[in-house]
Design a protein around this ligand. Sequence first.
Ligand code: SAM
Length: 284
Amino acid sequence: MEELLEHIRRTYGGLADRIQAGFVERPVTLRINTLKTSVDEVLFAFAREGIAYERVPWFSDALIVHCPQEIIENTPLYQEGHFYLQSLSSMLPPLVLSPSPGESILDMTAAPGGKTTELYCLSGGKAQITACERDKYRFERLKFNLGRQGATRVYAMCRDAAMLDDFLKFDKILLDAPCTGSGTVTSTDIRFTEVFLAKCVHMQEKLLKKALKLLKKGGTLVYSTCSVLKEENELLLERTLPREAHIEQIVPPEGIPLLPSREGTLTVCPDKLYEGFFVARIRL
Ligand code: SAM
């Protein structure tokens, strides 16, 4: 933990205390699967069960639930895939990618599938989504979640995304990259080292270069991590993006706690509701 805090202090100076104060447990949050149910139906069921909730101003499908996770997981609505437990920050990248019916979309590092199923849902189940995941065990989780959420038209493949054939081309790509997880810390029991950070950056660079090859000219790539470290975020983009790619302005949804971030990108500051997260939208 001390090595991470030291790194954060070097990068963010006086803001480091605010970041550290956000390393806390957060309430359960979820995204309603509007392909299987409606927001009103879920609200009605929660009111009937006495489950207290709050709405999220920037996303009508999201709820903050004041109830232990085990209780939520035992509800028939959860087990039938009427909602998906997902952190609020991690709902941002699919919203920023903004999928439309008919578009070909690659979710490069997809398991366990929160963002894949959100993309599917946002497109009304009408985008052609390919979800890629390298890890066999996590791939099984992805397939399970796709099934439970009814994302039947997603094509899932267990592959190293860095090895995908450049012949493939997509209108939109989500690269929710494997990272140090520095934005999701909730206890002092974390393994962060500078060597681990360097390994993550190496992997992120490889995947980002591949994403740029797989994106159609004029296509959109969303790059995200659950990290607040600039090496995994802005610095990686600055070093890797070619001249013809540009970072498009993301308008931050109201009420989200932000850290200083490269022009146009979002770095969410961890706090009692939000995980630390980075999101950038790139147009080729
Ligand atoms: N987007 C997911 C979601 O919302 O549920 C979370 C993705 S998680 C941050 C990163 C994932 O990338 C992990 O499941 C990891 O196994 C996978 N991964 C790492 N390297 C990969 C690679 N080269 N190709 C495909 N998947 C990879």
